[in-house]
Design a protein around this ligand. Structure first.
Ligand code: KG4
Ligand code: ZN
Length: 353
């Protein structure tokens, strides 16, 4: 079968065509059109601008994707309905509905968070590295909009154990980067500065909090971390604020604070729920330090536990993961006609759609 997927939940306009024959997966085409430059001056995503861009880009990208895939017959359309930015989601949903009507195809509504989890199986089904699954699994989804710890009992069976009470981890990086005068998106910019930091050469001592790390729950809070950076920054003379040493040290410290909390709480959940697998997903999992330190901690503290990470290009938003999620849903439920598909900005992974 051939699935065409559309993803517009945030600031990337994504369309992909995925072919699945006898369980084998082939990405026929995959385009991610980033709006980073547009939103950079705001230091975050500006929803009305993002919506307008999606509206302008979608028809152009669709044409490109279809041409690249040699104009195949589409059997199924998949579209992200939530969670995400409401105006942006609606652009994708309305576009998918019109297209479905035009080519007489069923539509499968997709949960963006589930897609970030299932992005781990793109490589596996493609045959590069067969990643087997084993349940229960503990999933950590960390992106610009979400930070959630999820118990996955099987494909399609999820329970949210905890989530951020304020800012998401990626959002924290984006806001801190703005304070420090670094580029948007902040995650990659902070990672670059953090990698340059050399402890022996630094004259700074900065100790940021690890918010909620030892609390008896699986929730997170990153807004206080950003505020701690802001206070520290404001207390520095202008010369220091702009110095390489300070920016590098602060980047390394904020990155480590986020990593420490994410790893500690995920491993705690894995131990408590006797998880056989840990699955990571979302834009922040593109962070090399997070990947490295997570792997080390899993091997040391819960040896034998499988550890799945998406390929870097499928960590951040893309439509291949949306198509693959549609395939998993199709395997479970078959093709249905979805007449009343609606965007839902606050859609939860444990909600039936
Ligand atoms: O999953 P995603 O592409 O979009 C959302 O669903 O939000 O995640 C985007 C987020 C941004 O906040 C960005 O700063 C962060 O992922 N990010 C990173 C890295 N690459 C992207 N954070 C840390 N290190 C990275 N290398
Ligand atoms: Zn995402």
């Amino acid at each position: 079968m051939i699935i065409l997927a559309i993803e517009t939940s945030c600031d990337d306009t994504c369309v992909a065509i995925l072919e699945i024959r006898s369980g084998k997966l082939k990405i026929r085409s995959n385009v991610v059109s980033s709006q980073v430059k547009l939103h950079a001056k705001y230091g975050g995503v500006y929803p009305t601008l993002a919506k307008r861009e999606h509206q302008q880009n979608l028809p152009i990208i669709l044409k490109r994707v279809v041409k690249k895939a040699d104009n195949p017959k589409i059997n199924l359309i998949a579209v992200t309905i939530g969670p995400g930015l409401e105006p942006c989601l609606w652009v994708g949903v309305n576009f998918a509905k019109e297209l479905a009507e035009k080519i007489n195809s069923p539509i499968v509504p997709i949960n963006h968070i589930e897609a970030h989890i299932l992005a781990n199986f793109i490589g596996g089904v493609q045959g590069s590295k067969t990643k087997t699954q084993n349940f229960p699994a503990i999933c950590l989804v960390v992106s610009g909009g979400h930070t959630q710890l999820i118990l996955m009992e099987n494909f399609g069976k999820y329970k949210i154990l905890g989530e951020t009470r304020d800012d998401a981890a990626g959002e924290c990086f984006d806001k801190v980067a703005r304070i420090l005068g670094l580029d948007y998106p902040g995650g990659p910019a902070i990672a670059v500065e953090a990698a340059k930091f050399q402890i022996l050469n630094s004259k700074f001592r900065i100790n940021l909090p690890r918010p909620m790390i030892y609390q008896k729950n699986y929730d997170f809070s990153f807004s206080g971390l950003k505020t701690a950076v802001l206070y520290n920054f404001k207390n520095q003379p202008l010369k220091i604020r702009k110095s390489k040493d300070y920016i590098q040290k602060m980047s390394a410290e904020v990155q480590q604070a986020v990593i420490d909390v994410l790893i500690y709480k995920t491993i705690k959940a894995a131990k408590n729920y006797k998880a056989k697998t840990i699955i990571l997903g979302g834009g922040v999992t593109a962070n090399q330090e997070l990947r490295k330190q997570f792997k080390r901690k899993v091997e040391k503290e819960i040896p034998g536990t499988k550890y799945l990470l998406p390929d870097i290009k499928f960590s951040t938003d893309n439509a291949v993961m949306i198509a693959l999620t549609a395939y998993f849903n199709y395997l479970k439920e078959g093709i249905k006609k979805w007449k009343e598909i609606e965007a839902d900005a606050n859609l939860r992974i444990d909600e039936k759609i």
